[in-house]
Design a binder for this molecule. Structure first.
Ligand code: FES
Length: 130
């Protein structure tokens, strides 16, 4: 008797990815896929977004500066003392400011809105919004 093969054809078989909604101050928008457990900065880099993130997520460079709208802030853990100290070094940082390398995606954050700040933006070369 031949082994049976089960092929699932329902739409439920197709994995659905979460998304980030990343805006630049010039109005450019990016919608990279996201997955729980990944740092927001890593997701942005993985999808080619123009974020400097010069220390690679060590939390020491402050070049992954994003602003998070009020509507999303209650879903984020509060910044650590180390993150607050680093944010204090950024001219113009405010209560909406966070370091993207310190934000870890969770299921609750699907659709998270962020604005990548000019101080953390790689100067435009040939990146394309998507
Ligand atoms: S990547 Fe350096 S502080 Fe976030």
């Amino acid at each position: 008797m031949a082994p049976s093969v089960h092929i699932q054809t329902s739409a439920a078989a197709v994995p659905e990815f979460m998304r980030l909604n990343v805006n630049l101050t010039d109005g450019t928008r990016f919608h990279p896929e996201a997955a729980a457990g990944f740092r927001v900065m890593e997701l942005m880099r993985a999808y080619g977004l123009p974020i400097k993130a010069e220390c690679g997520g060590a939390g020491v460079c402050a070049t992954c500066h994003v602003r998070v709208p009020s509507a999303w802030q209650h879903l984020l853990p509060p910044p650590s003392d180390e993150e607050l100290a680093k944010l204090d070094e950024i001219p113009g940082a405010d209560d909406h400011s966070r370091l993207a390398c310190q934000l870890v995606m969770t299921d609750d954050l699907d659709g998270l809105e962020l604005e990548l700040q000019p101080d953390s933006l790689i100067p435009q070369t040939n990146w394309v919004a998507g």
